[in-house]
Design a protein around this ligand. Sequence first.
Ligand code: NAD
Ligand code: MG
Length: 403
Amino acid sequence: MIDYISSLPGHAALPPFPRRLAVLGATGSIGVSTLAVAEDHPGSFEITALSGGGNIALLARQAATFRPRYLAVLREEGARELKALLPAGYAPEILCGPESFVALATLPEVQVVLSAIVGAAGLPPTLAAARAGKIIALANKESLVLAGHLIRRACRESGAVVLPVDSEHNALFQSLAGHNGADVDHLILTASGGPFRTWPAEKLATVTAGQALKHPNWSMGAKISIDSATLMNKGLEVIEACHLYGLPQDRVKVLVHPQSIVHSLAAYKDGSLLAHLGLPDMRIAIAYCLCYPERLPLKLEPLDLARIGSLTFEEPRLEDFPCLNLARAAVTAGASHCVALNAANEVAVDMFLRDLISFPAIARSVEWAVANHHGFDAADVDTIMELDRATRLQVAGYLKETP
Ligand code: NAD
Ligand code: MG
C-alpha cells in the first residue's frame, strides 16, 4: 500500500506560472541543470533566490543572468567576493552561513524550493521548507535518509508538497500517478551499476578517485558519483523510497540496468510493471517537478530506442558492493542508524576523493559506524544533526588509524 509522504494538490491549488523559485545548491550539477531549464522557459519561472556553497564566480554569473532578490553563501568571505562580482546597478540581499539557506527556503514570496545542496547540510533548509508549507522539488536525498519521518510529519502539518527530483523516485512517482496505491505490490529501483559493475572483486581495492568519478551514463556531482560506484547511492535511494512511498525496505527492490534508460518500475499485484523511460538527463525530472502537474517541451534529442537496441537487467553484486545491504540494515534498524550510516559515508567519500583512503575502506567504515551505533530516538532535527557531527568525528578518527 503506497502512503505518499505529502498530499498532492490538484491543478487548481498549485501556483500559476511564472512560479517563484528558490534554488538551493544552484552551483552544483542539479542546480545548473535547473537554471538551464529556467533559462529555456523564461515565462514559466521567476528566480527569487539562489544559494551556493562554493564556486562564487559561477553563482555571480547565475545571479547576473536571473537577478534574484536574494543570494546566500556559506561563508562571509564568499559573500564579499560575490558582492564584488555582481554587475553595477544590481544589489540583491546577500546572506551567509548555514542559517541563510533556511531563510531562503522559507521566504514568504518563494513558492517552490529546489533542494539540491549535497549531503546532510541539505536537511535544515529542506525541513524548514516542509514546515513552511512550500512545494519542495527534492534532489537532496540525504534529508529523507536522515529525517524522512520529520519531513513527513511537517508536510502533514503544513500542507507542504514533496516532488522527487531523484530520477528513480521521479520515475516511480510518474508510474504511480493515477493508479490505486493499494494495488502496488512492490517498487523496483534501477541502478546503472556504476563504473565497476563488471570489475572482478579483487581489482576493486585498486580503484582511484579519478576512475570512480567517471560514471558511465550520468554527469553528476563528485559525492553522488562515488556513491554510485559503491552502490551506496542505491542504498540511500532505497531509504529515500521507503520514506517517500511509505513502504518497508523489502518492498523496494533493486535491479541493475546498465543503459540507464528505464529509470524505475512500479510492480502491481496483477503482475503489471509500469516503467518510466527517458534519456539519462536530470532536466526531465527537474522540469517535471518544477511544473507539476504540467510538462515542458524540453530541448532534448528524442530517445531513440531502435538505436539503443537492447535494454538489459541483472541482479546487483551485493557481496562485492556491500553498501546497498548496509543501507537496508540501517533503515530496518531505525532512523538513527540511517544518520550514522550517512555520516560515515560522507566522511569516507570525502577522504576517498582526497586519496586518503582506499575504495573498499568506504564500505568498511560505514559498516564500522553502524555496528558501533546504539540506536536511539531521532526525535528532532537537533538530535539528528548532533549525531551526524559526532559520527563524523568518530569515523574520521577510525579512518585515520585504519585508512
Ligand atoms: P554538487 O556537488 O554538484 O552540488 C552541490 C551544491 O551544494 C553546490 O551548489 C554546492 O556549492 C552546495 N553545497 C555543498 N556543500 C554545502 C554546504 N555545506 N552548505 C550549503 N551548500 C553546500 O551535487 P549534485 O550532484 O548537484 O547533488 C545535489 C543533491 O542532489 C545531492 O543530494 C544528490 O544526491 C542529489 N542528486 C543529484 C543527482 C545528479 O544527477 N547530480 C541526481 C539525483 C540526486
Ligand atoms: Mg538517483
